[in-house]
Design a protein. Structure first.
Length: 364
């Protein structure tokens, strides 16, 4: 095994001098990714060496006078649970093996040691140690950033992680992104953006188009005022982290993102699942010499889940849009219907709509 982050520290313990010397000198520990930083011929000496050298791995005989290998492991595990132990024994003793496992030994090897078995074991335990080192470095980085986080944003991120509401890789991505840019006095705001999954079930193509449009709109608006980073989950949810030093930023951001001129009305079933929607736009009709200015509510898209059609969901949704239009002070509700879509024409005529104008084209 070649350690990608330097040699791992190894301490070897055996109360038989000849066996100890053989363990230290016979094997190519460097080739396996280890540096022998100490060795001991007794349990008492082992405790002293391990506490001084702080190895990643201890290779120890199990039976020694006064203080056994198991006693050494039990004591060290209390002080440093991440220290890994590989236990050696000349006895096929189930109770010894069971106790070693109970105390947290990584492996229990029988003497005489098979070279291939030892090398495979040391490779496997080395991978565990490398993961531990990476995690320690990561958490140290988190701690340094948390100390700089005067507004408490990262504390909330860590809290969500502790509560199992954020995966560790996403937390690390946030910390990694901010580690080189965070300055004293920086504040961070999180914006989470997505569309209801039920909408995707209703119309997947329209869903993806709307999601793309929404994300692009948010990015354009945020970029006008703030420095930001964007993260995307495997499910396609977008999270924006916005950096600022202004106390009024939350209010400004809220105003920036609100779209009162583009209301969305949703019809929900008994389980609060979306079964229909209407995307609308408030339009101010321009003033002219022969027309009094007025507001209109334009239905950009009205759709009902095909599995619920026949239940008058579309009619209820349209009536609700009309009610909201009145509350908004609109003079009329308008929409476009493609030529040839006779079913849509029939539906809207049934709802009381009349043809207002016809748009014509000449394809070049």
């Amino acid at each position: 095994m070649r350690c990608t982050m330097g040699l791992l520290k190894l301490v070897i313990v055996d109360d038989e001098p000849i066996l100890l010397e053989g363990l230290v000198k016979t094997y190519d520990w460097n080739g396996m990714g280890y540096e022998v930083v100490g060795f001991a011929q007794s349990g008492e000496q082992a405790l002293k060496v391990i506490r001084e050298k702080k190895p990643h791995v201890v290779l120890t005989d199990i039976r020694m006078k006064q203080i056994s290998g198991l006693m050494v492991m039990e004591e060290i595990k209390k002080e440093n649970p991440e220290c890994q132990f590989v236990v050696l024994s000349a006895y096929r003793d189930f109770e010894y093996a069971k106790k070693a496992c109970d105390l947290g030994a990584f492996a229990y090897l029988l003497k005489p040691i098979e070279d291939e078995k030892l090398q495979a074991t040391m490779t496997d335990v080395g991978k565990i140690c490398e993961d531990q080192i990476r995690n320690e470095e990561k958490y140290d980085r988190w701690e340094r950033l948390l100390k700089k986080d005067g507004d408490g944003f990262l504390q909330v991120v860590v809290q969500k992680y502790v509560q199992n509401r954020l995966p560790e890789e996403k937390v690390d991505e946030v910390f990694h992104t901010l580690q080189d840019v965070m300055k004293e006095g920086d504040r961070f705001i999180t914006v989470y953006a997505d569309l209801d999954l039920a909408y995707k079930i209703t119309n997947e193509l329209e869903y993806e188009a709307s999601r793309f449009s929404m994300v692009r709109m948010i990015e354009e608006k945020i970029a006008e005022r703030f420095t930001y980073w964007k993260f995307e989950s495997e499910e396609g949810h977008r999270t924006f982290i916005i950096k600022t030093q202004e106390n009024t930023a939350v209010h400004e951001l809220k105003e920036l993102l609100e779209q009162e001129d583009k209301p969305i009305y949703v019809a929900a079933g008994e389980d609060d699942v979306c079964i229909g929607y209407a995307f609308c736009q408030l339009k101010e009709q321009p003033f002219s010499t022969n027309m009094v200015p007025f507001k209109a509510l334009f239905i950009d898209d009205l759709c009902v889940d095909k599995q619920t059609r026949g239940q008058h969901i579309g009619e209820s949704l349209f009536e609700y849009v009309k009610q909201q239009a009145k509350k908004l002070g609109c003079y009329e509700v308008t929409l476009n219907v493609w030529a040839g879509n006779t079913s849509a024409e029939s539906f809207y005529e049934k709802m009381g709509m009349k043809t207002k104008e016809r748009q014509m084209e000449y394809i070049l």
